[in-house]
Write a protein that binds this ligand. Structure first.
Ligand code: HEM
Length: 493
């Protein structure tokens, strides 16, 4: 007897800067529970409510724009870059507000590159793939700038914000840990187990028709996944709460100035230091050493174990900061794409049906494997299309290290802060046909998975160039496996 249950209350969005208003989600098992378990997530956003026509931002009012212009640009601005005029209305929400919305509005007014005067600094906002490609690929000329400054309190010298030789050395040390064999082991040992546990936990709510905040569920899942994958540590946040989990939640809301954040950082650092010490002891006592290219320790396949066994010269503090960088970089981002993909599919019954059909055809009720990824083509495209529409982070920040001329003959001085609006590039009607539509098949299913290279920087959710995300394959696999579990209609006992 099919039953439909309202789980509900999708407080959707993960990305605080892109949070739309009230959403509701329904999980609807379509077949009897004993055969279980196609869970269909339905959203009940208040469709009648139009999105706010008054986007808010952290940008200074008009008079401040004028003042900033004269202070930071002087009279002889020969950059060719138009200056956006920020109005008083734009002040109402400061940094942390829906920044991407006014950036999009100004793109439509001023074009694919404009300057924004924002208090003591001015930013060049880029919404053009060719300029984005130039900035991202020329890493030597463009550093991380502001983003490194504001997140140093958390990442320390972690390689997500490090620059120069330290970044080169640490990236070179970490990237090999994410090899194919590691990913295939992690699919089975971590992604599948965590996804299965999440689905188990959702079932009672599906039966009773209770509301479930899916954004929170996906965030718990991705925290459990990244903890196991990085340090073989089970946060078990799907089941329990703990001070460390609270600390990570607080940090992911990114509130650097608050005391709470300081306490959270100390607690997380201490936890990671203890994990490193314990793992180092085991590696030493066993005399473990990496002896093949795709090395995985069978008992502990974590990245931490790989890095210690690789015997790279690295201090515990550096290792801690690198792992913390990955914890933060890989947690909310993947939670966000899961939330948005589930939401978009809930609003598009025909795509949802296709996803269900594909999952059942490919998996036939069994657990997914690494190899299944290449056959779950439609589901993967749903994920990439969701990354196009709702990229997290929606902007990338850089600072020019030297004077440069951007494609289109726009001049920037050394020290210029630049914001590449990934959201604008992904939503621009100059770049995409039917840019606002969710169309998973806009990329050929038989073609390669879209990335920055095969789209010539029109699709850059993972950035591009030397500082591109190191976890893109990891994240796509995790999202596909998780949704595969959520959308399959049956399973082997
Ligand atoms: C859907 C999920 C994810 C998205 C959308 C995403 C996006 C990004 C972006 C846009 C950057 C580059 C930022 C810039 O250019 O300034 C980045 C960097 C990074 N990401 Fe991801 N990421 C995701 C998942 C992950 C995961 C799962 C991990 C770890 C396993 C990870 C680890 C990192 C690290 C360490 C960096 C810094 C790389 C460097 O600076 O050399 N990310 N990510």
């Amino acid at each position: 007897m099919p039953f439909s249950v309202t789980i509900s209350s999708f407080s959707l969005l993960t990305n605080p800067t892109t949070r739309p208003h009230h959403r509701t989600t329904v999980l609807r098992p379509k077949i009897p529970l004993q055969n279980r378990s196609q869970l269909t997530i339905k959203s009940s956003i208040d469709n009648k409510k139009p999105p706010s026509t008054k986007p808010t931002s952290w940008v200074s009012p008009d008079w401040l724009t004028k003042l900033t212009r004269s202070l930071t640009l002087g009279q002889n601005d020969d950059s060719n870059i138009p200056i956006a005029s920020a109005e008083l209305d734009d002040v109402s929400e400061l940094l942390g507000g829906a920044l991407f919305l006014p950036l999009f509005r100004w793109m439509n007014l001023y074009g694919p590159i404009y300057r924004l005067a924002a208090g003591p600094r001015n930013f060049v906002i880029v919404s053009d793939p060719a300029i984005a490609k130039h900035v991202l690929k020329n890493y030597g000329k463009y550093g991380k700038g502001l983003v490194a400054e504001v997140s140093e309190f958390l990442f320390g010298s972690g390689f997500a914000i490090a620059e120069g030789p330290l970044w080169t050395a640490r990236r070179r040390a970490v990237v090999p840990s994410l090899h194919k064999k590691y990913l295939s082991v992690i699919v089975d040992r971590v992604f599948c187990r965590c996804a299965e546990r999440m689905v188990e936990k959702l079932l009672p709510d599906a039966i009773s028709g209770s509301a479930v905040n899916m954004e929170a569920k996906f965030s718990q899942l991705t925290l459990d996944v990244i903890g196991l994958a990085l340090f073989n540590y089970n946060f078990d946040s799907l089941t329990t709460d703990s001070p460390v989990i609270d600390a990570i939640k607080a940090l992911c809301k990114f509130i650097p100035r608050q005391i709470k954040a300081e306490n959270a950082v100390s607690l997380i650092r201490q936890t990671v230091e203890e994990l490193i010490a314990k793992c180092r002891e085991i590696v030493e006592s066993e005399g473990e050493r990496i002896n093949e290219d795709e090395y995985v320790n069978d008992r502990d396949p974590s990245i931490l174990r790989f890095l210690l066994a690789s015997r790279e010269e690295v201090s515990s503090v550096q290792l801690r900061d690198d792992l913390l960088s990955m914890l933060v970089a890989g947690h909310e981002t993947t939670g966000s794409v899961l939330t948005w993909t589930a939401y978009l599919l809930s609003k598009d019954p025909s795509s949802l049906e296709k996803a269900h059909e594909e999952v059942d055809r490919v998996l036939g009720g069994r657990s997914p494997t690494y190899e299944d990824m290449k056959n779950l083509k439609f589901l993967t495209r749903c994920i990439t299309e969701s990354l196009r529409l709702y990229p997290h982070p929606p902007v990338l920040i850089r600072r020019a290290q030297v004077a440069d001329v951007l494609p289109g003959n726009y001049k920037v001085n050394a020290g210029q802060d630049i914001m590449i609006s990934v959201y604008n590039i992904h939503h621009s009607s100059e770049v995409w046909d039917r840019a606002e539509e969710f169309d998973p098949e806009r990329f050929d299913l038989e073609g390669p998975i879209p990335n920055e290279t095969n789209t010539d920087f029109r699709f850059i959710p993972f950035s591009g160039g030397p500082r591109k995300c190191v976890g893109d394959q990891f994240a796509l696999l995790e999202a596909t496996i998780t949704l595969g579990y959520l959308y399959r209609t049956s399973r082997s006992s």
